[in-house]
Design a protein around this ligand. Structure first.
Ligand code: HEM
Length: 116
């Protein structure tokens, strides 16, 4: 069970890496939202929900922290949705939407690692 939980955590981190990696590539390039960002978010979110259940671990889960991470994830999802719709309609993505997506992703890693 512990190994399986470890594997789900790896999947969770791969989802984060895909989201942040895709965003970083765009930050140095066209600063547009790409589909791969949404795939990364989906993978991180599904694996995160699986990890939010108390299995394969002997330490208590911090549900306040998990709830905050879920809210931040929903904000990122909403910005990806609104941003890609605006991008399709007008070919222009408001810079604030792009930068908040990256900042919120970094905020979620900081919450995950620094909040004990
Ligand atoms: C972009 C979104 C997210 C990022 C960047 C992220 C990042 C991380 C990182 C870096 C860890 C490993 C840190 C550690 O175990 O100390 C982690 C663990 C975890 N995450 Fe996330 N996460 C995200 C979304 C979520 C969501 C939406 C949930 C649940 C609803 C969630 C639930 C968890 C849980 C339960 C753990 C394991 C904690 C434990 O076993 O003590 N995460 N996350």
């Amino acid at each position: 069970m512990e190994t399986l939980r470890g594997i789900v955590l790896v999947v969770h981190l791969i989802g984060f890496a895909v989201l942040f990696g895709a965003w970083a590539v765009e930050a140095l390039g066209a600063r547009r939202i790409t589909r791969i960002m949404s795939w990364g978010l989906l993978v991180a979110g599904v694996a995160g929900l699986a990890l939010a259940a108390p299995w394969g671990t002997d330490h208590d889960l911090n549900y306040t922290k998990i709830a905050v991470k879920l809210i931040v994830l929903l904000v990122i999802g909403a910005l990806l949705g609104v941003g890609s719709a605006r991008q399709k309609r007008s070919q222009a993505l408001p810079a604030a939407i792009f930068w908040v997506i990256g900042a919120a992703t970094v905020a979620n890693v900081a919450i995950a690692v620094l909040w004990r």
